[in-house]
Design a protein around this ligand. Structure first.
Ligand code: IPE
Ligand code: IPE
Ligand code: MG
Length: 230
């Protein structure tokens, strides 16, 4: 099972408490750890977390720097925990606009966790689905016979996906917004959507379980008919 999460609401969480937005991002990073461990225990095969969108570059420089710093810290502290739990790490998205330091940390984390046999944790950083789809289409050129699988492989190359993964089964968005914000548009073609009012720093094991239960009650048809109807 592939679960993807749009982790939204850090800024509002902080503002509600009279704190700077970065305090919300710090708290949000703590919520990530709990959700990663819960997902691994729930036998999720792939967990893709939206950490920084390409559109987020339009935020104030101080907020962007804080987010990048936190991301580096996350890789530094969490890679070892991931290795201990056999979790493989892969950062997806553009790499041409990240700092040299961050790039080195990403490569190091990916390398040291690559032998894991458990869950794949993908962090989407400087990620834009539209950008990836465009770049992959450019690579495809005029190949009229290109299959969806072959196109997916081109997308994986563009996104620095180190492992082939199945399509998104469950897409969760926290923060009381009902939109996709340019996240995994191709990969979520038949995903089930779960929107939570909870702001990301408040997201915990129980709420994750609630999303899984919601998903468990859905009937997926992929354009066909349910077994009962047939
Ligand atoms: C999500 O929280 C984290 C990132 C986008 C990096 P926001 O920062 O978007 O929080 P809100 O939506 O402003 O509350
Ligand atoms: C989406 O949240 C991006 C991440 C969670 C990383 P945003 O807060 O940036 O999205 P919008 O502005 O609500 O579309
Ligand atoms: Mg937001």
């Amino acid at each position: 099972m592939h679960v993807a999460i749009i982790m939204d609401g850090n800024g509002r969480w902080a503002t509600q408490r009279g704190l700077p937005r970065t305090a919300g991002h710090i708290e949000g990073a703590k919520a990530v750890r709990a959700v990663v461990e819960t997902a691994a225990r729930a036998n999720v095969d792939t967990l893709t977390l939206y950490a920084f969108s390409s559109a987020n570059w339009s935020r104030p420089t101080a907020e962007i720097s804080a987010l990048m710093r936190l991301f580096g810290q996350y890789l530094f502290t969490e890679t070892r925990r991931c290795v201990e739990q056999s979790i493989r790490l892969n950062v997806i998205g553009r790499r041409d606009r990240l700092s040299e330091n961050l790039l080195r940390s990403i490569e190091q984390s990916e390398k040291s966790s690559a032998a894991g046999s458990g869950m794949l944790l993908r962090l989407a950083v400087d990620y834009s689905s539209q950008h990836s789809i465009l770049r992959a289409a450019q690579r495809a050129g005029r190949d009229a016979d290109l299959s969806a699988d072959a196109y997916q492989r081109l997308l994986n190359e563009v996104d620095h996906c180190a492992y082939s993964v199945s399509a998104v089964d469950l897409l969760i968005r926290t923060g009381n917004e009902r939109r996709l914000s340019d996240f995994l548009l191709w990969e979520s073609a038949f995903a089930e959507l779960h929107f939570s009012d909870c702001l990301w720093p408040d997201f915990n094991e129980q709420r994750f379980q609630c999303a899984l239960d919601d998903y468990g009650g859905r009937q997926r048809r992929f354009g066909g008919l349910s077994a009962k109807t047939l």
